[in-house]
Design a protein around this ligand. Structure first.
Ligand SMILES: COc1ccc(C(=O)Nc2ccccc2)cc1NC(=O)CCSc1ncnc(N)c1Br
Length: 270
């Protein structure tokens, strides 16, 4: 039968609202579709910048993958359009903003809030892995909060709001040993990253925090980290089972969902 009459969106279909954040590849605005008043986030990206960095192929591939992803813990990419100057992504809006800012505001999360967020992140990753998608560059900056639902937003190129991480290696702190050693990696890099994320939610800092890149890499490769005294034994066990140097020894996401630390902390009001 005929192809779906997917109409081409244009910028004139939207009323642009407040500026939510900006970075190297794009500016992000709140927006409202004029006919339906549906609220979205529009990400404006300059075509010139993307072509300069030969990213348009990567972006096209990314858009093809992301536009088919539908899960409560994955931020929706509703669609995209372009004009002669820019490419626009039409994204789901998360009213509570990013988890990085939330974490910095309250310094660290209590164990039940951390377990609730980690359980949602794991469910998002189980879905991503089932769709053959890995390494989503997990870090609190890439997690958004929509009324308590955590959404994994692949920022692609970290266009964050002004919540910039202070340490010099903001994104390197989540790298697993196999990537630090430049070996090939698979989806189990995400298991490691969930271990790092859990530690950061509970401690307020990452486990391998270092003043220099070489020291950071040394500590990661040696899985050299300590727990603050206030970490419960279950939390320590949960993190230890993910921060294993050898990917095959890491606990799977299904096992993680059934770990006592998660089960003990999931508030039964769902
Ligand atoms: C599915 O989410 C994405 C999917 C793809 C890309 C992307 O840029 N890909 C990309 C860009 C260039 C080259 C290759 C890939 C980015 C996002 N997401 C975002 O940029 C998040 C925008 S910030 C925000 N969003 C909602 N609610 C809020 N409160 C905020 Br703050």
């Amino acid at each position: 039968e005929g192809t779906k009459n997917k109409r081409q969106w244009t910028i004139d279909d939207f009323e642009i609202g407040k500026h939510l954040g900006s970075g190297k590849f794009g500016k992000v605005y709140l927006a409202r579709e004029k006919q339906t008043h549906f609220v979205v986030v529009l990400k404006f990206m300059k075509k010139k910048q993307l072509t300069e960095c030969r990213l348009e192929k990567q972006l096209r591939r990314e858009i093809d993958i992301q536009s088919h992803l539908k899960h409560p813990n994955i931020l929706r990419l509703y669609g995209y359009f372009w004009d002669d100057l820019r490419i626009y992504l039409i994204l789901e809006y998360a009213p509570e903003g990013d988890v990085f800012s939330e974490l910095r505001r309250c310094y660290r999360f209590n164990e039940s809030k951390a377990a609730n967020y980690i359980s949602q992140v794991i469910q998002g990753f189980i879905y991503l892995h089932s769709q053959g998608v890995i390494h989503r560059d997990l870090k609190p900056e890439n997690l958004l909060n929509s009324c308590g639902s955590i959404k994994i937003a692949d920022f692609g190129w970290s266009i964050h709001s002004n919540s910039k991480r202070k340490t010099l290696c903001g994104t390197l702190e989540y790298l697993p040993p196999e990537m630090v050693r430049n070996e090939e990696y698979d989806f189990r890099v995400d298991y490691w990253a969930i271990g790092v994320l859990t530690y950061e939610f509970l401690a307020g800092d990452t486990p391998f925090e270092s003043l220099s890149k070489p020291e950071l890499y040394k500590r990661i490769d040696a899985t050299d980290f300590q727990f603050p005294i206030f970490f419960s034994n279950e939390a320590q066990d949960f993190i230890r089972r993910l921060l294993k140097r050898s990917p095959s020894e890491r606990m799977t996401l299904e096992m993680a969902l059934r770990h006592p630390w998660i089960l003990r902390n999931i508030c039964d009001d769902g």
